[in-house]
Design a protein around this ligand. Structure first.
Ligand SMILES: *[C@@H]1O[C@H](CO)[C@@H](O)[C@H](O)[C@H]1NC(C)=O
Ligand SMILES: *[C@@H]1O[C@H](CO)[C@@H](O)[C@H](O)[C@H]1NC(C)=O
Ligand SMILES: *[C@@H]1O[C@H](CO)[C@@H](O)[C@H](O)[C@H]1NC(C)=O
Ligand SMILES: *[C@@H]1O[C@H](CO)[C@@H](O)[C@H](O)[C@H]1NC(C)=O
Ligand SMILES: *[C@@H]1O[C@H](CO)[C@@H](O)[C@H](O)[C@H]1NC(C)=O
Ligand SMILES: *[C@@H]1O[C@H](CO)[C@@H](O)[C@H](O)[C@H]1NC(C)=O
Length: 468
């Protein structure tokens, strides 16, 4: 384990609940921080627990990463909608918290951030991004250090990219350039935030469906908290939701949070919170939104193009363009959309012919589908990352020597649907090209399908081939 990984582990361990009395033979453990969807500090869920090592006989020749920014103080919407109203009520209340078990910590509690800090990267965020830089240098000792990384232009993505670049650079005299790509609403598919320039995408998609389940699961929790605090705080569904979000946000600011305490919210309650987020992202940027794959395809296609192209042989060509490793930072919406374009974490994958039409039935709004593949905590925690690797394989017993392609999500190799004819979870070059054609057939036509009305739209992502 690296020193940084160790620090992060300590950090997470400090926040993990300690079960006071574990009965003999019980091995049950539960860490709410691994069920916090978009508010989860980075972790590697091993979903599936496939080995991240290259398959036998293979070594990485190139790789590309799409990375969500690292931990922030709070997301604007979460703050305004849930956290700020709860904080206001807290400021005004006459309830004597000190006398109430499991809420007594509220007596001396101060919010971990002010409204000025909302959306900014935290120290833990910088550490997470730096750690990924170091981890990538370990993962790819044979690849050239990149000369450039790409990021969308918001401060939290830019600072994440800078933290990674600084940690990855050989030394301060050979810095890695950080290219900022403006988060334009009129860039077509040509940005790292293409959902912003897609009129058919709405950032509030999924709220209604998610809210239905939120009302259901928070009602008994609010009733319980209200019976504990009879002075009349009047805990609402939004308060409960915000308190559970604070477990994640306070942890990435202070290193721990009493809102994560097991006697405040039980494991089942955390699983309900997580499911409400999974419903939201299913309809927002997952398989329940027909536009998801359309917005995710351009990154997949451009990335595949970079990896499939033959090695740069022309010494006179722009050296900067020929990299071994392409790293790009974005926001929480894009990684799930790319996963849909790829066909990964599809709840219906093994359900056969009519599966596609039934995808929404896999996310009922009155109870949890515990067997779902779509878990937002595994798909979009802070610093969530999707990798596509090109592997050179020789002596992979039973497979021809040659080029193979592999996808990893948060360091767990994933077999692509109908593209698993290589060693490990990899796919042959020919198979990968065929796979890309079928994905493009499903999802090409960004401007048209997004209903773009502005001029100069484009259906492809060109940022990697333009010189700075
Ligand atoms: C606090 O309570 C007072 C009196 O009821 C009210 O006028 C005020 O708006 C409340 N402030 C907040 C922040 O809720
Ligand atoms: C509690 O809050 C809800 C939502 O704001 C409100 O409708 C209800 O009247 C409040 N109940 C009491 C007892 O204050
Ligand atoms: C995919 O990328 C190639 C270049 O690598 C480009 O020619 C093609 O138009 C792109 N297709 C789609 C559907 O984006
Ligand atoms: C999800 O899986 C089903 C069943 O294999 C398939 O029909 C559907 O096309 C898949 N969805 C996507 C977006 O790949
Ligand atoms: C799933 O529900 C969304 C939102 O209502 C809808 O747009 C989409 O078409 C549905 N998907 C299918 C396959 O019916
Ligand atoms: C579209 O591109 C053309 C040619 O580059 C340019 O003249 C025009 O101003 C652009 N239009 C908009 C709305 O940006």
């Amino acid at each position: 384990m690296t020193a940084l990984a160790h620090i992060l582990t300590l950090l997470t361990a400090a926040a993990a609940p300690v079960t006071a009395l574990t009965p003999l033979y019980s091995t049950y453990t539960f860490n709410p921080l691994e069920h916090l969807a978009g508010v989860a500090p980075y972790f590697e869920p091993q979903d599936p627990p496939t080995s991240p090592d290259p398959p036998r006989g293979c070594s990485p020749a190139r790789a590309a990463y799409l990375v969500r920014h690292a931990a922030i103080y709070a997301n604007d919407y979460d703050y305004e909608e849930y956290i700020e109203p709860f904080l206001s009520k807290l400021e005004n209340t006459t309830v004597d918290w000190a006398k109430i078990p499991s809420l007594d910590f509220l007596a001396g509690w101060k919010p971990p951030f002010s409204d000025k800090e909302v959306e900014l990267l935290t120290r833990v965020g910088r550490l997470e991004a730096a750690q990924l830089g170091v981890s990538l240098s370990f993962r790819y000792p044979g690849l050239k250090t990149p000369s450039q990384v790409w990021t969308s232009s918001a401060e939290r993505t830019l600072k994440s990219a800078r933290a990674l670049a600084r940690a990855f650079a050989v030394d301060d005299d050979q810095p890695i350039d950080v290219s900022s790509i403006y988060e334009s609403k009129e860039a077509g598919a040509d940005s790292l935030t293409p959902y912003k320039s897609c009129p058919a995408y709405s950032s509030s998609a999924g709220s209604d469906q998610s809210d239905e389940y939120v009302q259901k699961f928070t009602a008994p929790i609010a009733a319980r908290l209200n019976s504990l605090a009879p002075g009349g705080f009047n805990f609402t569904a939004d308060d409960v939701y915000g308190m559970m979000e604070l477990c994640g946000y306070e942890t990435v600011v202070r290193g721990s949070s009493r809102f994560c305490d097991p006697d405040l919210f039980s494991p089942d309650e955390w699983l309900q919170w997580e499911y409400s987020a999974d419903v939201q992202y299913h309809y927002n940027s997952g398989y329940g939104n027909p536009i998801s794959g359309v917005v995710g395809l351009p990154w997949l296609n451009a990335t595949a193009g970079l990896l499939l192209s033959s090695p740069q042989t022309n010494a006179a060509s722009d050296d900067r363009k020929a990299q071994d490793l392409y790293i790009s930072f974005t926001h929480r919406e894009l990684p799930p959309m790319v996963l849909v374009a790829m066909g990964l974490f599809n709840n219906s994958e093994f359900d056969g012919a009519l599966a596609e039409a039934r995808i929404n039935d896999t996310m009922p709004l009155d109870r949890i589908n515990h067997r779902r593949a779509w878990k937002s905590s595994h798909v979009l925690p802070f610093l969530s990352n999707i990798a596509v690797e090109r592997l050179d394989c020789t002596q992979s017993y039973g497979f021809d020597d040659g080029e193979y392609y592999r996808v990893l999500v948060n360091n767990a190799p994933q077999e692509l649907p109908a593209c698993g004819d290589g060693p490990g979870q990899s796919c042959s070059r020919q198979g990968f090209e065929e796979y890309l054609r079928t994905r493009a057939e499903l999802f090409s036509g960004f401007s048209d399908k997004c209903g773009v009305k502005y001029d100069n739209s484009t259906d492809t992502l060109g940022i990697y081939s333009r010189s700075k």
